[in-house]
Ligand binder design. Structure first.
Ligand code: F6P
Length: 350
């Protein structure tokens, strides 16, 4: 059997570990031919871009960030694209089924293709950890550790200069990275999209801390946090975007809230404040041990799903078990930070 594998959406640490696991188990256990489809769904459109993957092609990639298959944010069902076209291209390449490794967009497409009869299984990837159906996506742990280390480093410089440092992290419309990195890094104020907040409340928290004799503070803000700069504290705040153009899946380019927040904090509290935006650093470089193992377990379980003919499913972490769940359960809504977690972290959240 010929099995295709593609990685779609934003890259994230652990993608190569999944590819390696699928290739090794697919070949060694089942004697399948594994075909790498390059640049996500784009590689199955028009002039298809593929490469045969042998054991040697995946040797030495476990610890490497990014994806040897490259990725794209191409939506193959846009501009008149159809499942039939993709099915035809798969047939031309003799690819019987697919492993789609991606987040809400890539797996959203996978789910629609699966409904149209294309045989595939999904693997949940994203640093944002916002996919339903699984307790955790791979890539998240690495992003949190990178952000945590940055926050640790910001502590020493903030303390030396008696400054407030506002550290912006990714995460789109959920605050998983901000909350976990903020808690792990000892952020003094953590701002997440799930909890819109007024600027005065943030300033009060900082003033209170400095009133206790502290002369520096770290604010961790999620790029999708909604902060109201109005005087009344009831407003829900606004989403800050880099530009209002949307990508092929309808997402605006977020980012930059820290550069708005820092001068406001400085003006209102009179504490010197600087902004730091971590950006794509959170997606680059080597995966953590946790993500390498999780990604390997996911890759291995994806092969099992195919061998068992359980198409239309996604591998998922539930507790400490890897299970198969319906793709629909992963893409029907974003997984937001839950109330219990927010309640636990109440003291630190703005
Ligand atoms: O979904 C992952 C993510 O890194 C988000 O946290 C971020 O908003 C977005 O991708 C950035 O996208 P791009 O790499 O296209 O700038």
């Amino acid at each position: 059997m010929r099995v295709g594998i593609l990685t779609g959406g934003g890259d994230c640490p652990g993608l190569n570990a999944v590819i390696r696991a699928v290739v090794r188990k697919g070949i060694n256990k089942h004697h399948w031919e594994i075909i790498g489809i390059r640049e996500g769904w784009k590689g199955l459109l028009g002039e298809t871009k593929i490469q045969l993957l042998g054991i040697n092609d995946v040797s030495g990639i476990l610890h490497r960030g990014g994806t040897i298959l490259k990725t794209s944010r191409t939506n193959p069902l846009r501009d008149g694209g159809t499942a039939e076209q993709l099915a035809k291209n798969m047939k031309k390449l003799n690819i019987e089924c697919l492993v789609a490794v991606g987040g809400e967009d890539t797996l959203g497409v996978a789910q629609k293709l699966s409904e149209q009869g294309i045989k595939l299984v999904g693997v949940p990837k994203t640093i944002d950890n916002d996919l339903s159906g699984t307790d955790q996506t791979f890539g998240f742990d690495t992003a949190v550790n990178i952000a945590m280390e940055a926050i640790d480093r910001l502590h020493t410089t903030a303390e030396s200069h008696n400054r407030v440092l506002v550290c912006e992290v990714m995460g789109r419309h959920t605050g998983w990275i901000a909350l976990y990195a903020g808690l792990a890094g000892g952020g003094d104020v953590i701002l997440i999209p799930e909890r819109p907040v007024n600027i005065e409340k943030i300033c009060d928290l900082i003033r209170r801390r400095h009133g206790r004799g502290k002369d520096f503070s770290i604010v961790v803000v999620s790029e999708g946090a909604q902060i109201s700069f109005d005087e009344g504290i009831s407003s829900n705040g606004t989403l800050i975007v880099q530009d209002t153009n949307v990508d092929q899946f309808g997402h605006m380019h977020l980012g930059g809230i820290a550069t708005l927040l820092a001068p406001e904090i400085e003006r209102r509290t009179e504490f010197e404040t600087r902004a730091v935006i971590l950006g794509h650093i959170q997606r680059g470089g080597a995966p953590t041990a946790f993500d390498r193992v999780l990604a390997t377990r996911y890759g291995s379980a994806a092969v099992d799903l195919i061998a068992e003919g359980k198409f239309g499913q996604m591998v998922a972490l539930r507790g400490n078990e890897i299970v198969g769940v319906e793709l629909t359960s992963a893409v029907y809504c974003l997984k937001k930070v839950d109330d219990r977690m927010i309640e636990m972290a109440e003291e630190y959240i703005g």
